[in-house]
Ligand binder design. Structure first.
Ligand SMILES: [Zn+2]
Ligand SMILES: [Zn+2]
Length: 126
């Protein structure tokens, strides 16, 4: 292996040199976390782990975007990076639909808002 190859292995692990580009392309294609909808801190997760099937490292069908805040760890790896979730696609889909239709409590109006409202109202009917 030449110096460049060594450097590559050191920086990318055993990842293919095409990986950084493919990663970028995939984030463009799926620009949000497939489990929570977040657009921040996006990471590309391999559905079938590279160590199990190196041939699918660059297979776009084997990639899913998850955010690095929680979803990659929870949905991609079941809270252990030594493990992986064989149902990551289904689980992410179910969770995303829950997030998208989550209920909200009605926000309490602030006192400031109410007093402003009455001030304007009294100005109108003056
Ligand atoms: Zn997420
Ligand atoms: Zn992963």
């Amino acid at each position: 292996m030449n110096i460049l190859g060594l450097l590559q292995t050191f920086i990318l692990g055993n990842r293919s040199p095409e990986w950084p580009n493919l990663r970028k392309e995939h984030i463009k294609k799926q620009p949000f976390c497939q489990a929570c909808g977040s657009k921040n801190n996006l990471e590309v997760h391999h559905i079938e782990p590279v160590h199990l099937n190196p041939a699918r490292e660059l297979d776009p069908e084997n990639l899913i975007i998850l955010c690095g805040k929680n979803c990659h760890f929870i949905f991609g790896h079941l809270m252990d990076y030594y493990s992986w979730n064989t149902n990551v696609v289904e689980d992410s889909k179910v969770y995303l639909s829950k997030v998208q239709s989550r209920p909200y409590k009605i926000k309490k109006m602030s006192n400031n808002f109410i007093s402003n409202f009455y001030r304007r109202l009294s100005w109108l009917i003056r």
